[in-house]
Design a protein around this ligand. Sequence first.
Ligand code: MG
Length: 156
Amino acid sequence: MRLRIGYGWDSHEFKAGIPLKIGGVTLPHAKGLGGHSDGDVLLHALTDALLGAVAAPDIGSLFPPSDPQWKDADSAVFLREALKRMKAAGYRIANIDSTLILAAPKIGPHSASIRENVAKLLGIPADCVGLKAKTPEGMGTDNAAIAHAVVLLEKA
Ligand code: MG
């Protein structure tokens, strides 16, 4: 197959007193995202999108929350493993797109640095990384951050 598509989704709950990391960038905010790892909701969705595109096991199967070695882990480790599996399957990234859904903080001022960091982690140009941010109107999820991601792969 010349092209493959992958999709990933994740959510994490806000908790006081921990750093907020989104796309590998630490954002100034009173709360961070809880979870077994660093709670980076965007990198988790991207990891699952890449894994899904090559029909690999999902992030929870490869890095089970029950395994103490992933406690407070840098989510870039998960993304690198997904990239490795994608390359082993003979593909490269054409582009990715993503949407964050969260009430706060505002992502706009940090959008460029998140896109640049995600591009660096994936080894692709920043103009191949889409990022939108929405507030959760009517969803009742103000204490959570949600990320959706899609990735298009092409034969390397
Ligand atoms: Mg997660």
